[in-house]
Design a protein. Sequence first.
Length: 322
Amino acid sequence: MLKDALLYANLILMLTVGFTLAYLTAKIPNFSHGTLAGIGVYLVFSFTRLFKLNPYLAMPVAFLVGGAVGVFIYRFVIGTLRKHGATAISLSIATLAVELIVLAVLNIYADYITILYGHLPMMFARIFLLSGVDFKFMDLPGVLIVSTAIIVFLVVGLHLMLTRTRFGISMRATVEDPSLASILGTNVELVSTISWLLTGGLAGLAGAMLPLWFQGDPYTGGRMMTSVFAASVLGGLSSIYGAMLGGYLIGLIEILGTAGLVSVFGLWIASYRMLIPLVILSLVLLKAPGGIVGLIQSLRTWISSKRAASSPQQGRSEARFP
């Protein structure tokens, strides 16, 4: 169960970072983000079952295809609607429409493969599991090792990019104030496009890893959006670092919490697993809308105010007793 929790937390973290990055650059939630993971799900299925290739060869392809779809959504869907004066609500609804289109394509592809090759063993594309083609190292599934390595690289790489590179500084400036960043010479459109390339790529990459341990189907990525949205809100919705922390916490709590509830109430309660991120989401919105990042900022403000309040008294004390 711990392996399940760690792997699921890795995948939720990847998806949450992408979702938050898209929100920060476009200022709208991309509700099609989870379905982009479905592209990775069926790419790894095609690589392993149709072409008989190593599943890890599908991962860079999933990143590129997911990134290309992400760029398409930003430039040709959101960009076109913005030129016609679409509001944030209209743009959010447009991402829901994109989700339905991508989901329809995935269902058509799954049915096509099943009709064409369904007479062959292991070619049913509606529900499948690819754990049998993964490698193992010291009784650990390969996808857990690979996903953990990618997470470490992602966390370190994003931190270095945001703090040490010109593009990272331009991205932060674009997130804070696109108009001012544009005046100062930042190509806001290019920065946003690359950001959506990363968001779509991370979704595709996470999706390519999913069937190596969890059940895959056309709806797999979409079902994860509840957890991704809860993780993003828990992290603060305005911070990449908060998204990382929120994604990992939601992933662990959801799997380990479900296991604990099953041990107490029985297997039937596993069907209500999605209630865990929904309850966390509700509590955060009601009690701490700023999420973890908001709580940290409030704590810093409180500490600063306490220090400021104690400084005059400290100064008076030093005056009395030189």
